[in-house]
Design a protein around this ligand. Structure first.
Ligand code: CAA
Length: 262
């Protein structure tokens, strides 16, 4: 598939997907969803990729939401389908076996906040703006916003944001636990890639195990979560990278992780 609405690149174990509709502030339409689905399938299938960064092309927006000019004429069944398709992409992001960083370089509104929340964590530039403004359009979040926002920032804050439709800045988003780190706009990309490369240098069995234990354990009680953690601990221990990491420590040298998934 050729991509007209996204840019997909791989740089030394780090895949980068940029939503590429800067004139429409990277708003999400069905073509974007189709291209993202295709690219995320490629990311999943390529064992050389260890981390994914999701960002928006241009200086102004990560994603300013679902494309309102597409949504305006949808009938209820088409709208439900569009919501399902967007949600499918959030699950593809969330369930990738590699970590995904959202690099939020401007507006992340509606579907933008929703896509960012489906990533493992968010780095934002000082001028980033988050929010669920669907209520201002007489509609509501449809790409998982009512579900992931409450899980991330608590029910009361999620309700306030979804019910008022206000935009919040990067600092407030960090204060409520939506954003991990904020950087000056011109440093955001460099800092995001720095962290991506750090994670890409780790063993892939362990990064996958950490991501999956935290995600899946979140919905479990503590005992079952810890049971799952012990199983994954065993798998990491048996992996070539586990052997290499511990041997390297004992031999006082830097580990060379191969990233094999056996
Ligand atoms: N859909 C379609 N087009 C959009 C868009 C969107 N979500 N957001 C921005 N655009 C377009 C504008 O229509 C404009 O296009 P033209 O140049 O052709 O007129 C262009 O992008 C630039 O936008 P503005 O001129 O509005 O730029 P601004 O700096 O004045 O304002 C903004 C920026 C505050 C982000 C404003 O564009 C805005 O409010 N956008 C809509 C945000 C929104 O409501 N998002 C939620 C969408 S619904 C959703 O996401 C549902 C869901 O959960 C699935």
């Amino acid at each position: 598939m050729t991509y007209d609405n996204i840019i997909f690149e791989i740089e030394g174990g780090v895949a980068v997907i940029k939503i590429n509709r800067p004139k429409a502030l990277n708003a999400i339409n069905p073509d974007v969803l189709n291209e993202l689905t295709d690219a995320l399938g490629k990311v999943r299938a390529d064992s050389s990729i260890k981390v994914l960064v999701l960002t928006g092309e241009g200086d102004k927006a990560f994603i300013a939401g679902a494309d309102i000019s597409h949504m305006v004429d949808l009938d209820p069944l088409q709208a439900r389908r569009f919501s399902n398709r967007g949600q499918d992409v959030t699950f593809l992001l969330e369930e990738l076996p590699i970590p995904v960083i959202a690099c939020v370089n401007g507006f992340a509104l509606g579907g933008g906040t929703e896509f960012a929340m489906a990533c493992d964590f968010i780095y934002a530039s000082e001028n980033a703006k988050f929010g669920q403004p669907e209520i201002n359009l007489g509609i509501m979040p449809g790409f998982g916003g009512t579900q992931r926002l409450s899980r991330l920032v608590g029910k009361a804050m999620a309700k306030e944001l979804c019910l008022t439709g206000v935009m919040i800045g990067a600092q407030e988003a960090k204060n409520i636990g939506l954003v991990n780190k904020i950087f000056p706009h011109e440093k955001l990309w460099e800092e995001t890639m720095k962290t991506a490369r750090v994670i890409a240098s780790k063993g892939k069995v362990s990064t996958r195990a950490v991501k999956q234990c935290i995600d899946r354990g979140f919905d479990l009680d503590l005992h079952n979560g810890c049971y799952m953690e012990a199983d994954n601990f065993g798998i990491c221990m048996a992996s070539p990278d586990g052997k290499e990491g511990m041997s390297a420590f004992l031999e006082k040298r830097k580990p060379e992780f191969k990233g094999e998934l056996s």
